[in-house]
Design a binder for this molecule. Structure first.
Ligand SMILES: [Zn+2]
Length: 287
């Protein structure tokens, strides 16, 4: 197969030299109110915890105004997180818009936004013990909103085998159990994830999505404040620390722990649950 020759225009370098602009005026977003969230964190009390087994997923609920943590226990392990409005599965985490509003990887102060037409913060990240990692020499960071989730369809396409414990299947099974429905009734609600603790980037030469061993260690956690009533599902990825492979039973995997905390009474006095988008609707359609 021959590749068609492409002419390079004479002003190619000039065109490439255009100034990059951050797409959204993110300084218009409500600022992260550090003093409010630290008041919430002070004296909060753990009220529940859910253990997520290796190569499996579990669901959990978090009332608006509560805090939840995803904690590394026993060994380095990556988690794939889905979030829904606890009262309506149609409102769910929108990783693509979260990426555009914040960055390819998220940390303290960033919010997890819901899908259109809702577009409101579902959760705010209030602590991240891996916040020190930043960007490494490979251009990688931690907690990405780039990748989707490992799934049996892509795995079948690439390897020709059926593997049932990809994050997509784990999340589907967990949601089916939570809703008391069959997997094919809920699979459509499983969505692109926050890759908790995963260390990823794009290769500098070919811009391909890559992973490397997660820097997470037992005791590390990422913490979220629930801005609305949440149903969450977390999968302990079959890739383990994602330093070698995924979508198989070869890699060493560990459990993850989800902890739910209730703030002290009075610390939410000035807070209100996030409101739906104020866009008036219609999309320009003339009646
Ligand atoms: Zn996975």
């Amino acid at each position: 197969m021959s590749i068609q020759k492409i002419e390079v225009p004479a002003d190619a370098e000039q065109r490439r030299a255009a100034t990059p602009l951050v797409c959204y005026q993110v300084d218009q977003l409500p600022a992260y109110d550090e003093s409010f969230y630290s008041r919430v964190r002070d004296g909060m009390v753990k009220v529940d915890e859910v253990r997520v087994g290796p190569r499996d997923a579990a669901t959990f609920t978090v009332p608006a105004g509560h805090v939840f943590r995803i904690v590394s226990v026993e060994g380095p392990q990556v988690g794939d997180l889905n979030l829904w409005n606890a009262h309506d599965l149609n409102e769910r985490f929108f990783s693509g818009k979260t990426r555009q509003l914040h960055a390819s990887h998220v940390t303290t102060g960033d919010r997890l936004w819901s899908n259109l037409p809702n577009l409101r913060p579902m959760a705010t990240i209030t602590h991240d013990t891996l916040g020190w990692y930043g960007w490494d020499a490979d251009g990688a960071g931690v907690h990405d909103v780039i990748g989707t989730r490992c799934d049996p369809y892509t795995n079948h396409m690439l390897k020709g085998v059926d593997y049932h414990y990809c994050c997509h299947s784990n999340l589907t099974r967990a949601l089916a159990g939570n809703q008391g429905k069959a997997t094919d009734e809920v699979e459509q609600y499983v969505h692109d994830v926050l890759n908790v603790f995963m260390c990823t980037g794009f290769t500098l030469d070919t811009h391909q999505y890559f992973m490397k061993a997660s820097p997470v260690r037992p005791g590390d956690f990422i913490e979220f404040f629930a801005e609305i009533d949440l149903l969450g599902a977390l999968s302990a990825c079959p890739g383990g620390d994602c330093g070698s492979s995924h979508s198989d039973d070869v890699t060493v995997c560990y459990p993850l722990l989800v902890e739910i905390y209730k703030p002290l009474d009075g610390s939410l006095d000035v807070w209100e649950a996030a409101e739906l988008s104020g866009y008036g609707g219609g999309h320009g359609m003339v009646a």
